[in-house]
Design a protein around this ligand. Structure first.
Ligand code: FAD
Length: 499
C-alpha cells in the first residue's frame, strides 16, 4: 500500500485523509495540538460549552459527500438542521430585524423595518444565485493552476457570463447602486467579512455569499459545530486512518524534485520522556494542511519560496470573548449582529490603520438557543466576535482591554442591562492565539484577503510545482477559507493524486 502523510488535522486535513483512504492509501495524520479540528474545535468552562471558531455552517452537502463516498450513511455519523431564522440584526437606535431563511419573508421584513422595496431584495438574491453558479463551475471545484480548468464546457459557459460577476466594482459600490437604504447596504456589505475581506475594497463578485445563506441555507449541527470535526475523525478512523496528536512536524524532507518524508519536533510526554517520533519517516506523498506561508517558511526553508503569493495581504482576524452568562435573553437568537454606527470607519480602522474600532460591529452567537445542554439552566453560552486586524505586533493587551469595554457598552445598551453583572466566566481568543494555536500566518482567519479582483489567482495552488508528490489543502490555499472551501480544497488536491 502507498503511504500518505498529512500535516495537520484541520478540517481540510481530515477531509483529505478520508479521500485518500478511499483511494487506497495508508494514511497518517500528524497534529501539533492534543485535539483535532484546528480552528473547528470546542472547549468547556464551568458547564458552558463553546465552539472555539466557526459558528455558521453552510453547504452541509460537502460534509455528507465524504460519508457517502466512503459507503456510509451520513446520518449514522452526523446530524444537522436547516435554520428557519438566519440572523437577528440590531441597530443602536432600536431598529431590529429578524432575517428569516424564507426569501419572501426576509424581503417583506426588509421592506417593513428598513423601507427597502421587497422586490429589490428578491432581485438581489436572484443575482447572487447567478453569480454563484458562474463562479462555482470556474473557481470552486477545480485547480485554477491546470490548463484543463480553462478548456471545458463548463468553463466556456462561465466565460459567457463573466460580466455578471461585477469584478470591476467594489461590493459596497454595487450594493449602493442597488439599494436605497444605507442599512440594507450595510447588511449586505457584511458578507465581505465571511472571508475576512473589506466591503469597501473587495470586488462585487463577493456578492455571491448571501446566496449560501438565503438560497442554499444556513444549518446547525445538532451536537454543535465541533461535531463536523468529530464525526469526520470517526469516519476517518473507521477507514483505517491513523491520527498522531501532540506531534508537530518540524521539516519536510526533500530529495531533488520529490518530498521523501517528515521530521518531527521533539515533544515530551507527561513523564518527560521524549516522543518516539524523532526519527524521520518516509511517505509516498505528503499533504500539508498547515498554513501555506508557514509550510514554506518553517517546513521547507531551503525550497524556492513563492514570494508573490506568500506576501499577499492577509484576511482580517478576530477578537473573541467567550462568556458564560447566567441569564437568558429572549430577544436574542442563535446568530445576532449588533451593527456599528459607522461601518466605513470600522473597516478603515481594520484594514488601513490596522487597529480596532471604538464602535465595533458585534457578532453574538449562542448555541444554547438550539442546544440547551451547552449552558447551565437559566444561562447562555455567549460567543462574541469582533473583527480585528491581522497580527502585526500591535499592543494587543491594550486593544483587548479597550475592546472589552466597547463591546460591553454596546451589548448593555442594546439589551438594557449591565452585562458585566451577568458574566460568570470568560475566555479570550485574539489574533496572537489564533496564530499560535493553528499556525495561521498573522492570525488571519481565511488566509490571503480577497480585497482585489485577482485574489483568486494569488492563492497557492493545491499542488507544489517544485516537488511532484507534495500537495496543499486548507483555508490558506485555493479555493479559499471557511469550512466549505477548505473541504473543497481537499477534493481538488486529492483528485490530482493517483490512486
Ligand atoms: P486549520 O483549522 O487552520 O487547522 C490547521 C491544523 O494544522 C491545526 O490543527 C494545526 O495545529 C495543525 N498544524 C499546523 N502546523 C502543524 C505542524 N507543523 N505539525 C502538525 N500540525 C500542524 N468558517 C466558516 O465556514 N464559518 C464560520 O462561521 C467561520 N467562523 C470563524 C471564526 C473564527 C474565530 C475562526 C478562527 C475561523 C472561522 N472560520 C469560519 C474559518 C474556518 O474556521 C477555517 O477556514 C477552517 O476551519 C480552516 O480549516 P483548515 O483545514 O485550513 O485548518
Amino acid at each position: 500500500k502507498k503511504t500518505a502523510a498529512i500535516i495537520g488535522a484541520g478540517i481540510a486535513g481530515i477531509a483529505s485523509a478520508v479521500r485518500l483512504a478511499n483511494q487506497g492509501y495508508d494514511v497518517h495524520v500528524f497534529e501539533a495540538n492534543s485535539y483535532p479540528g484546528g480552528k473547528l474545535s470546542s472547549f468547556e468552562v464551568k458547564g458552558y460549552r463553546f465552539d472555539a471558531g466557526p459558528s455558521l455552517f453552510t453547504m452541509p452537502h460537502l460534509v455528507d459527500e465524504l460519508f457517502r463516498l466512503s459507503g456510509k450513511d451520513p446520518q449514522a455519523y452526523f446530524d444537522y438542521i436547516r435554520l428557519d431564522e438566519v440572523c437577528r440584526y440590531f441597530w443602536d437606535d432600536g431598529v431590529r430585524l429578524t432575517a428569516q431563511a424564507d426569501r419572501q419573508a426576509f424581503a417583506r421584513e426588509m421592506e417593513e423595518k428598513l423601507g427597502e422595496p421587497a422586490a429589490h431584495v428578491l432581485a438581489y438574491l436572484q443575482d447572487s444565485a447567478v453569480k454563484y453558479n458562474v463562479t462555482e463551475k470556474l473557481f470552486l471545484h477545480r485547480s485554477l493552476h491546470k490548463l484543463g480548468t480553462y478548456f471545458n464546457r463548463d468553463a466556456f459557459k462561465g466565460y459567457a457570463n463573466m460580466h455578471r460577476l461585477d469584478a470591476f466594482t467594489t461590493m459596497n459600490r454595487a450594493n449602493e447602486r442597488r439599494f436605497q437604504q444605507p442599512r440594507v447596504v450595510q447588511l449586505f456589505n457584511r458578507y465581505a467579512t465571511y472571508n475576512g475581506s473589506d466591503p469597501y475594497q473587495t470586488p462585487a463578485t463577493m456578492n455571491i455569499i448571501p446566496h449560501l445563506e438565503y438560497n442554499i441555507g444556513a444549518f446547525f449541527p445538532k451536537k454543535g459545530m465541533v461535531d463536523i470535526t468529530e464525526s469526520l475523525v470517526k469516519l476517518a478512523e473507521d477507514l483505517g486512518v491513523k491520527f498522531y496528536f501532540n506531534t508537530k512536524v518540524a521539516k519536510i524532507e526533500t530529495s531533488e524534485n520529490r518530498v521523501t518524508g517528515l521530521t518531527f519536533e521533539p515533544t515530551a510526554d507527561r513523564s518527560g520522556r521524549r516522543s518516539s517520533f524523532l526519527a524521520p519517516r518516509s511517505f509516498d506523498i505528503v499533504v500539508s494542511n498547515m498554513d501555506v506561508v508557514n509550510t514554506f517558511r518553517k517546513l521547507l526553508p531551503d525550497a524556492k519560496q513563492p514570494e508573490r503569493i506568500l506576501r499577499q495581504p492577509k484576511s482580517s482576524s478576530a477578537l473573541i470573548f467567550y462568556w458564560g452568562v447566567k441569564k437568558s435573553f429572549s430577544e436574542l437568537g442563535l446568530h445576532n449582529i449588533l451593527f456599528s454606527n459607522d461601518y466605513r470607519a470600522e473597516f478603515e480602522h481594520l484594514f488601513h490603520q490596522k487597529t480596532m474600532y471604538s464602535d465595533p460591529t458585534v457578532y453574538l452567537n449562542i448555541t444554547s438557543k438550539h442546544k440547551p445542554d451547552d449552558a447551565p439552566d437559566g444561562g447562555e453560552n455567549w460567543f462574541i466576535l469582533v473583527n480585528a486586524p491581522n497580527n502585526e505586533g500591535q499592543d494587543w493587551e491594550a486593544l483587548i482591554a479597550q475592546s472589552r469595554k466597547d463591546v460591553m457598552k454596546k451589548v448593555s445598551k442594546t439589551l438594557g442591562v449591565n452585562i458585566a453583572d451577568h458574566i460568570e466566566c470568560e475566555e479570550i481568543l485574539d489574533p496572537r492565539s489564533i496564530e499560535s494555536k493553528t499556525s495561521s500566518s498573522q492570525g488571519a482567519l481565511y488566509g490571503n484577503s480577497s480585497n482585489n479582483r485577482f485574489a483568486a489567482f494569488l492563492r497557492h495552488a493545491n499542488f507544489s510545482r517544485e516537488f511532484k508528490n507534495l500537495y496543499f489543502v486548507g483555508g490558506s490555499v485555493h479555493p479559499g477559507g471557511g469550512i466549505p472551501l477548505a473541504i473543497l480544497s481537499a477534493k481538488i488536491a486529492t483528485d490530482l493524486i493517483d490512486s
